[in-house]
Design a protein around this ligand. Structure first.
Ligand SMILES: C[S@@+](CC[C@H](N)C(=O)[O-])C[C@H]1O[C@@H](n2cnc3c(N)ncnc32)[C@H](O)[C@@H]1O
Length: 190
């Protein structure tokens, strides 16, 4: 899919939506206590920016990047209304990845671009934390395996980081309970 087609697809999806901060992913909501009291954070491929809002409410100075101008405009309006320190930016994270040694916290949810992993690791400051959650194995979400992690893959992608929280339940036990079809990782740059 071309960049224009991708942008159009996401713009169309976001056009009638508002920011819903309650829809943040568990990698962040279950682990808010791990955030530093202050610092610089990035919500990459932020969509409407629920995670950016939680980071800002936790006291961090936040950048939020997404390809979709519609999503970024909606987030910017919400942040201004709520008085949240979020710099929302239309930015293609592949064309312009985050610069090295720049962030205390990076959050990526439901966006998988494997080639970006080394840049994400490098973009953390020493001691910085990556919060990553996306689709894995089988389950709801994209059917294309390119957009789903293989079992354990998240640990390999970010092997240079020290795992702090890792959850991936695969098909173990009662599949009607727990966090299924997704993997999550909180990991720290040494
Ligand atoms: C499934 S949504 C997830 C949005 C958000 N992280 C969330 O959890 O609600 C995937 C997002 O990735 C964005 N995206 C896709 N490719 C991108 C790229 N190269 N750079 C920045 N954002 C991108 C899309 O515009 C879309 O908002």
């Amino acid at each position: 899919m071309s960049d224009d087609a991708l942008r159009h697809k996401w713009d169309t999806r976001y056009r009638d939506q508002t920011v819903d901060e309650t829809r943040a992913a568990r990698v962040l909501t279950d682990n808010l206590h791990l955030l530093p009291a202050q610092g610089r954070a990035l919500d990459l491929a932020c969509g409407l920016g629920a995670h950016a809002c939680l980071l800002a409410r936790a006291g961090l100075t936040v950048e939020a990047w997404d390809l979709s101008p519609v999503a970024i405009a909606t987030l910017a309006t919400h942040a201004e209304h709520e008085g949240l320190p979020i710099q929302a930016q239309v930015r293609d994270a592949l064309a312009a990845p985050p610069p090295p040694d720049s962030y205390d916290v990076i959050v990526v949810v439901h966006f998988l671009e494997r080639t970006l992993a080394p840049a994400l690791v490098a973009a953390l400051r020493p001691g910085g934390l990556l919060f990553y959650q996306t689709f894995a194995g089988v389950g709801p979400g994209p059917g294309n395996p390119a957009y789903r992690l293989a079992r354990g893959e998240i640990l390999h992608l970010f092997a240079e980081l020290t795992p702090v929280v890792y959850r991936e339940e695969h098909d173990i036990g009662d599949g009607s309970r727990g966090l299924r079809g997704e993997a999550l990782l909180v990991a720290q740059r040494p």
